[in-house]
Design a protein around this ligand. Structure first.
Ligand SMILES: [Fe+2]
Length: 333
């Protein structure tokens, strides 16, 4: 760290992102807290993505994760207030949600069959072969700006990767025709597994009554990042778009409408190799990602035979102008 707060290098194997290698976890956290603007600035400089490696020397990882979350926004989400899945929360730090297949969380991940390997043995990444691309909690208003995702107990290498796609690069490379359309468009986002998702409609599942936290929530398809000023695509697919009323405001709705065709075209472009990165986790890796300009998805892991425990915090910060009469949705009862 010599002189600077820390060194950030470009992330190997990606067109975006930064890598910070930490020798001494305690010193790193102290350095971040001494200059709290430095870590968010590094994230902004590196396209909204930081991978921090070497935190394993820290004994209290949970406290560390909460402390590293604070510089990223006005408020670290307290899931005790915003989630009714109390079994998912860290017992001492309710700002941490545990995403795991292990008890006592009893979180049953949806079946995520891994797409067949590509002919060259590569990992399928691009939509629609790879599904589940989303930005965290886009069905809320405001959605969280930043998520911090920590590998407490990752699945073995080659399983349970997290894939990320760069909304800025994808937007800038759009053909002018699609840029013009996307600039004016709003997507309709909804909480997953409430019956409004693409697969659920196909399966004939009934629509659940949505509470205020679940949407449907219109969001601009192109967002201007409040710090960098760059435009980024902001879209989800499958279970996190409302395929009953959308996926887009003002376009033909439903699974086979003009809106669906456009979403497929945009998502296929968004998740092309040029804009994506696949992260294979090591224990104690921390990835910090900006939900305003990146989307992500998970790959399959053998949940019957291996355990995986990931911790996540989300940080609020920059809701932008609220709609008239709107409350912050995460404060709603
Ligand atoms: Fe996510």
């Amino acid at each position: 760290m010599s002189g600077e707060t820390f060194n950030t290098k470009p992330l190997p194997g990606a067109s975006f992102g930064g890598l910070i290698a930490v020798d001494d976890g305690h010193r790193f956290v102290e350095a971040v807290e001494a200059r709290p603007e430095a870590l968010p600035a590094a994230m902004d400089t590196h396209g909204g993505f930081l991978l921090i490696r070497g935190l394993h020397a820290i004994s209290d990882h949970a406290e560390l994760l909460v402390r590293l979350s604070h510089p990223f926004g006005a408020e670290v989400e307290d899931y005790a207030q915003t989630s009714n899945r109390s079994n998912l929360l860290h017992p001492e730090h309710s700002q941490i949600i545990r995403i795991s297949n292990l008890a006592p969380m009893n979180f049953d991940p949806p079946e995520l069959p891994d797409p067949p390997r590509l002919p060259d043995g590569g990992l399928p990444v691009q939509f629609p072969q790879r599904r589940g691309w989303h930005t965290d909690q886009s069905f809320r208003r405001p959605p969280p700006d930043v998520s911090l995702f920590y590998a407490h107990q990752p699945s073995p290498k080659g399983q349970g990767q997290t894939l990320y796609a760069d909304g800025v690069g994808a937007y800038e490379a759009l053909p002018l025709r699609l840029k013009a359309i996307a600039d004016e468009l709003q997507g309709i986002h909804v909480a997953p597994f409430k019956g409004y998702g693409e697969d659920e409609i196909e399966a004939g599942k009934p629509l659940q009554v949505l509470n205020e936290r679940d949407g449907p929530q219109p969001q601009p398809v192109v967002r201007i990042h409040p710090v960098t000023g760059k435009k980024a695509l902001y879209l989800c697919e499958r279970e996190q778009m409302d395929w009953v009323h959308g996926p887009f405001v003002g376009m033909e709705p439903g699974l086979h409408g003009d809106g669906a065709k456009l979403l497929y075209e945009l998502m296929t472009h968004f998740t092309a190799d040029a804009f994506t990165y696949a992260h294979d986790w090591d224990a104690s890796d921390l990835v910090i990602y900006d939900n305003r300009c990146l989307i992500h998805t998970a790959t399959w892991f053998d949940a019957q035979n291996v355990g995986r425990v990931m911790w996540r915090t989300t940080v609020w910060g920059n809701p932008g102008p609220l709609y008239e009469g709107e409350q912050r949705s995460w404060e709603a009862a």
